[in-house]
Design a binder for this molecule. Sequence first.
Ligand SMILES: Cc1ncc(COP(=O)(O)O)c(C=O)c1O
Length: 487
Amino acid sequence: MTFCARCGTSTEGGGHGECEARLALEPPRHCVDCGRRMVVKVTPLSWTARCSRHGLIGPEARDDLLDRDARHVWHPYAPMPSPVPPYVVDSAAGVRLHLRDGRELIDGMSSWWAAIHGYRHPALDAAATDQLGRMAHVMFGGLTHEPAVALATRLAEMAPGEIDRVFLCDSGSVSVEVAIKLALQYWAARGRPGKHRLLALRGGYHGDTFAAMSVCDPVDGMHHLFSEVLPQQSFLPRPPGGVGRALDEQWVDEATATFAMQADKLAAVVAEPVVQGAGGMHFYDPGYVAVLRRLCDEHDVLLILDEIATGFGRTGHLFATLAAGVAPDIMCVGKALTGGYLSLAATMTTGHVAETVSSGAAGALLHGPTFMGNPLACAVASANLDLLTGRDWQADVRDIEKRLAAGLEPARELPGVADVRVLGAIGVVQTTRPVDVAAATRAAVERGVWLRPFRDLVYTMPPYVCSADDVDCIADAVVAAAAAGTG
Ligand SMILES: Cc1ncc(COP(=O)(O)O)c(C=O)c1O
């Protein structure tokens, strides 16, 4: 049986959808959080309902914030208003979210893979506070400042190969836009404007802006809805799954043939190295990244690696491309860059690409967001990179990997589970059909863990600073969520 997430009444028998009105008139019979039957008291003017686990609710007890949220706030990938009310977070500290209703949840998502050092970290709080005392922001055109220069210098030192030029921008999607623009301007500057097509991997995800969408998976992504307006790109099959397996010769042959046929039109290859994240939590061997590098070199095509999800240690390497022993021409980073504190990303490239673009007819890279190089975000990012490199993060990620591998093992026995895989600090349970997200989330929340399953995936990307007990608890919740979400 399922229950309306707004009013808790059973959705059996249809006729549903006016929960708002029903909630005012008619008491729910089941708790929205756990589905338990509630004790309901109806008075002439009102009602209350009590869940033995989650306490009292009723028109008076409802949180006005959720009403305002439903009226005015659009949530990601959600209709307006969202049919499922969000959980209200009042604060967060360490790896825990503190909900308004008093519950504490370990964040198994690291705030969409960004909060690698957890919340309210003293060093990151101090960096933000200190920078606030100087300036929160200043325009970047014609001006510069220590936080941006320090961060760019730091990123240049960390980046693979010859990458040492840094364009700071607002978000991952924008950094992909900038990477694509760089590639197009590069070929225009070299007198070959016909090289403007991109070659991407099926199953990829690179963001929600238009050029980024054009290189997302053409079937599962949002492509089909916008197909009339998106630039037409080329795609290779996603490399077969599994790290450490022999390369699939058929895939290599197809990639080789595609380069041979299309190189004259290709500006760049765009790929998430080793882990395709939002496109399906697909892990593939670094050897395929090396193949892409070789083919790009042989055919004079740029290689753009999107390390927005994989960068800063998530796969066990500082950047996933290092597992392949190669470096891209252009690299995007974001997400964990500020430890999840503020929105910031970077598009990085080599001196050769930067100088070529700058020598073109335009005489400049044609991009410059208002909040470019935001000092507050840059200061926090530098403190975050200090934290990362100042601790044995590889050991932390290795420990998480081991614990997740052991903790997720029982999921293999579940009837609705197709695959269980772990790489670095990423643990994934893939199911045989789409997960009932509400049921899976409820099961995780009951175990004190925040997870956000999608499609056929229940997964975790925990903060690197989780204790062993926290990781075990997260793994247990992933298994429970997979069971509940497929049950
Ligand atoms: C690999 C990859 N590229 C790009 C993006 C887009 O980043 P943002 O959400 O910061 O725009 C994401 C976000 O999930 C991502 O995982």
